[in-house]
Structures are given as C-alpha cells and as structure tokens.
Design a protein around this ligand. Sequence first.
Ligand SMILES: [Zn+2]
Length: 496
Amino acid sequence: MKKYGITFCKVASITALACTLLQSCSRDTGPPSTEAARDDGRKIVDLIVEGDHVVSMDSNRSSYEYGAVAVDEGIIIAMGDRDEILAQYRSDQILDGKNRVVMPGLVNGHSHAAMTLLRGVADDLALMDWLNNYIFPAEVQFVDAEFVRIGTQLACWEMIRGGTTTFVDMYYFPDIIAEVVEACGMRALISATVIDQRSPDAENAQDSISKGNAYINRWQGKNSRITPIFGPHANYTLNADQLRATRDAANDAGVAISIHMSESPFELQYSKSTFGMTSIEFFESIGFLDGPTIAAHVVWPTKAEIPILASRKIGVIHNPSSNMKIASGISPVTEMLQAGVLMGLGTDGAASNNDLDMWEEMRLAAFLQKVERMNPEVLPADTVLYMATNGGAQAIGLGSSIGSLEVGKQADIIQVSLDDVHFIPTFDVVSHLVYVADEQDVSTTIVDGKILMLDGEILTLEIASVRTEATALAAKIESALAERNSAGRLPATVDE
Ligand SMILES: [Zn+2]
C-alpha cells in the first residue's frame, strides 16, 4: 500500500475543512453551537448538505427549493425542505447551499483513467490506426505500475474536480488503480484488462485472465467503494474461446464484465468476415452475454440486436466525444432508450476525448442525437442528466445504492455553484446543468458521506505532487516519442 499509496495532504485538508465548517456553522441558519443547544432533541448526523436547489434524479424526479440532505455513516438518512431538515437534525458539518445545486455525483461508465498521461499524444486518427500504430506501441513502451499510479491520480483529480463520484475503468495494473481509488475516496468498478497480445501487465489472453483472477481475489469484498471486474478488450483483440473463457472466469468469481462493443465500422466488418455475424449477435451466439455486462460505445447495433441488449439487461455506455473524435459514428441512443436498454454516459480515455468532463458528454450526447435525427425534441436535458446519474448507475449494476439522492442510498453528492456568469439568469436548473455547466462549476464532491473536494479544493489527493510527477513523466514520454519519430517508427503527430 505504501509503495504506491497517495500522500494525503492531511494538514492542509483538515485546516481547509475546519475553516469552511466554521464559516458554515456561523451562518444564521446553521445549528446553534452553545452548550445549551446541545440537548435540543435533534438527531446528530455526520453531515448536512444544503442547496438552493436539490435535484434528486429519483424516479419521480423529486426536487426541492431551499432543500437539504442529511447524511450519517455514509448514507442519506433524510432529505427535503431545509428548515424541516434542520429542525430534525444537527451536525458539526453543514455545507452552505446558497446559490448551489445539490445533486447526485456523476457516473462515468467508461474510462481508461491512466491514459490522461497520453492526452494529446496522437490525435485526428481513425480508431484502428490510432490503436495499432500509436496507442498500443506507446503503452508497451511507457506503461508500467508507476505510469498507472500517476495517470490514475491525475484522472481522479480531474474527475473529483468535475463532480464524478463513480467510474468504470479498464486499464493495466488494476491493483494500482484500486489503491489510488481507495486512497482518494472515489467509487469505481475496476477491470482487469484481458487482451490477446503482449500488454504492459501480461503476455497474452491466458496470462491476463489468470492475473485478473488473482487481482479479483485480492480486492473482492475488501473495500465497499471498489468493485473488481473483468475487462476483455473487444472481439477483435480476443477470439471466441478467449472471450468465453473470460466470461466463465467472471461468472465463477461472481463479477461483471466491461467491454468495448460494436464501436466502429471496422469492428462491424471484422465481426462479419471473422464470425459471419455482427458483433452483438456474435457475443450472444457464444453465450458471452450470459452475465452482467457493461458495453462501451455500441455505435453500430442492428435493429435485431437492440432487443438483445434490452432483454439481456446490458448496460450500454454512450461516449459521444470519443465517437465524434475518432469518427466511430453516431450511436442510436434514442432507439436504444425507446427499446428499454439501460444507458449511461462515459468519457472513454483522455487520449480519445481529450478530457474527463462528464458535463461535456451530457451536452454532446443531446446535441448529437438532435442533429442526427434532425429533431430537437429527442434526448431532452432531463433524460441526459438521468443517463449521467441514476441511469448510469443502473447500467453499471449499482442502481440500488447510488445514482440518485434517496433515503437509504450511499451519500455520493455534489454541489454545483451557480455563481459563474454563464448561469445568469437561471430559469430552469436541469437545463443549465446539461446545457451550461462544466467541470469548473462543481464546488463540492462527496462520496460515501466523505468530502473529497470542498469549495473547489481537492482534499484527498496531494495535487501539487501529482502535477510534478505527471509533468516529469510526460517530459520523458515526449522525448522518447521524438526519438522514435526521428527514427521513423512511431510518428508522434500527423502533418497531412
Ligand atoms: Zn474505451
């Protein structure tokens, strides 16, 4: 743990927290702090989060003006009108809600977190060119445990900054990813990547499955915020036997699978010529869908395949930025939602996005469907916000514990500041969250009732050292790429 663990900024964090809490507690509406008030009959809770607007994203879309959420032992125990909550509960931690929206944390359903360190290393390329000629070779050369530790810390910093509280990751050295997530306080499903080629942490498919099994044994049941899963890469990097073997290993361990599925025209053609059928039909034909599955992208499902996704309860993760940047295509999100497919949103890795801003994914998801269907009524703001929260939680199998603000759920909560000029005026809060907000507007990020960011300050990562280490590693990558480029083996950029 110590070998890769994050150094907490304990002193700075506690000082910042104490200062803010003192300010909050000194507000008129805060709980009385005198000894006489200590026995006023109100239940003491760990945390109360206030907001001028509380957007629950529950199935009834309950919302409150001047509301509050009471949290104890990591669980939401009450929510509603602020004055009513404060009449029943008191806490030493009350987060002021003036000009703040309180809502569930965002769920990033598909990422390759450590690829933050390859942000911008190769742009403006098609998927297979990008993967085979740039990303896979760069990963073999540069990715090791240290790369994954620093890259994942960088990603967690960005995601906490932007109000993402849960992510589904697929990358190498999953133990290191889990250690970073454990230390920084986020929630994640972390895949052991299975791929049939030499990768940074395995020799081939069989090796990655056995190493994945060992990783899952180490992390299953260890930390309630961390869910180890398998991540077979795709049906063009694994054959049918290897895909089946991964599903068997996942089912034996009782864990889910995350996979790229029906992402590009290349995959569609490869699947037809190799297996004689389209991707999702192929996965169904080999029994691969017989277990919990999170399918990233799903840009090219046929009309016959969409009902398979619905009936198999596949969680489909839409990644509009990546699909647009690599020109993979436009996913039929509207049709899949109409068919009852569980749908969430994701950023994909920072090398194909190039950031981890879920607010941007929301906006692009809506805009892309509207222009593709030439109908501005499709994928309205509320539906997109649902995909980024409750819908995404259901798609990744955590719908009963996170994704909405509801009594009994885990306290994964964010506050969004409405202070910036782009929120003036605010007629419709949900519209603004989807069509205006960005990651810089998030002021507070809370997971399991623990504050990870307060008033924009990250409390659970030593960001100065993450910045220093990431910058130093990026400089090494840049000079190695320049050397390769001059040798004509791995061009870092494309001029034409
Ligand atoms: Zn991906």
